[in-house]
Design a protein around this ligand. Structure first.
Ligand code: TYM
Length: 384
């Protein structure tokens, strides 16, 4: 190991420990933020409330990097010809929701090759057993039994690489990603223990709505389950989805009282309605003073009030066709050197050659240097 390599810690942390979301609080100090989304379909209010809304807030306070994780998206069925449109659409969604290219950095994962390179390194210190425990892997394997690919299994390692390649420590995500962030913490602990302090310990940052349920009221909102309200939905589409959605089963007739805490529609009031409106809906439900339809009308109006400025911004962004490309190009240009710098450090820690080590010019200068230990490249070729 190089002389700059710090001594390994005395004991290897076995679990994530302090800083896990349970012990986390909104004030826990972080210095920089990384998060990502898969371009696997239209953004929905679960993505927005669980992550994107927090991203918009965090960009005001920290250096933030937001990533379209196209390499992750390859682990699920996809159509290559649709991929460019999905990436673009995702970034339009982010900009419409309030991400500002002057305040944060947005880019596409596959344009910075170091993510995949670092993932390989992290693979070599990741016990299979840790990955076998991942609930998302188990769920997705059930959902796509004909395509349980190695990438699906290895998915959390690439996610860990995404975060640590920029040495980010704040990871704003919804609840379903917490296990992956905990996994990242385990991997960081292992790496730092084995090779010396290299990566900061990241922590998940949960929003006020870490798990938004789908319109079916049974599972979390998800595009793949078809139970979503999309950020692009028109006011009519929002109403047409809310109107038939399940409410508390006790309210079979207009005169039956219900329990708002057990009604999925009421859970949306919690996210979208004022406290007075929530009190009105809860009281009306308990006493059968209002019907489910009135309750739904209010929540649909409130959802539409949040989506309206996004729709307007989307229309404005679509009138500037180069904005997305320019934003993503600037992101890649800014991040490549940072990722490269981390990989240099990682190479040094691991005893691997630095990127410069076998460049022809480096070989030439070493060949005239009697103290150089390695022989010059035999063919004088590229050294790769
Ligand atoms: P993805 O694309 O599935 O989801 C993007 C973000 O939206 C959150 N989310 C939800 N939050 C609350 N309720 C819901 N119903 C809901 N549905 C989705 C997710 O928790 C997530 O924060 N593996 C990640 C992408 C990723 C990543 C990373 C995230 C890749 N590398 C590095 C953070 C850091 C994913 O598939 O998210």
């Amino acid at each position: 190991m190089s002389s700059t390599t710090p001594e390994p810690r005395a004991t290897e942390p076995k679990t994530a420990g302090p800083g896990s979301p349970e012990s986390d609080d909104a004030q826990a100090p972080i210095t920089s933020v990384f998060s990502g989304m898969q371009p696997s379909g239209e953004l929905h209010i679960g993505n927005y409330l669980g992550a994107l809304k927090t991203w918009v807030q965090l960009q005001e306070r920290y250096p933030c990097i937001f990533c379209v994780v196209d390499l992750h998206a390859l682990t699920q069925p996809f159509e290559p010809r649709e991929m460019p449109g999905r990436i673009r659409d995702m970034v339009i969604g982010w900009l419409s929701a309030g991400l500002d290219p002057d305040r944060c950095t947005m880019f596409v994962q596959s344009t910075v090759a170091e993510h995949a390179e670092l993932a390989w390194v992290l693979n070599t210190i990741t016990p299979m057993g840790l990955l076998e425990r991942m609930t998302q892997f188990k769920d997705k394997s059930k959902r796509q039994p004909e395509n349980i690919n190695v990438g699906l299994f290895d998915y959390p390692v690439l996610q860990a690489a995404d975060i640590v390649v920029y040495r980010a420590d704040g990871v704003p995500v919804g609840e379903d990603q917490v296990q992956h962030v905990e996994f990242t913490r385990d991997v960081v602990g292992k790496f730092n223990y084995r090779f010396g302090e290299t990566f900061p310990m990241p922590r998940a940052r949960l929003s006020q709505a870490p798990r938004v349920m789908g319109l079916d009221g049974e599972r979390k909102m998800s595009k793949s389950l078809g139970n979503q309200i999309g950020l692009n939905d028109s006011p009519e589409e929002v109403w047409n989805k809310i109107a038939p959605a399940k409410t508390d089963i006790r309210r079979k007739r207009r005169t039956d009282p219900g329990v708002p805490e057990e009604c999925n529609i009421f859970s949306y009031h919690r996210f979208f309605s004022s406290s007075e409106q929530q009190a009105w809906a809860a009281e009306g439900c308990r006493t059968a003073g209002i019907g489910c339809r009135e309750c739904k009308r209010l929540v649909a109006d409130n959802i539409n009030a949040v989506l309206a400025p996004m729709r307007e911004r989307r229309a404005a962004i679509e009138r500037r066709p180069r904005l997305v490309d320019e934003t993503l190009a600037a992101g890649t240009a800014k991040l490549r050197p940072l990722a490269r710098e981390t990989m240099e450090l990682v190479r040094e820690r691991l005893g691997l050659p630095t990127a410069e080590r076998y460049q022809p010019s480096a070989c030439r200068s070493r060949s005239t240097d009697p103290t150089a230990s390695s022989p010059p490249s035999p063919s004088g070729g590229t050294g790769r």
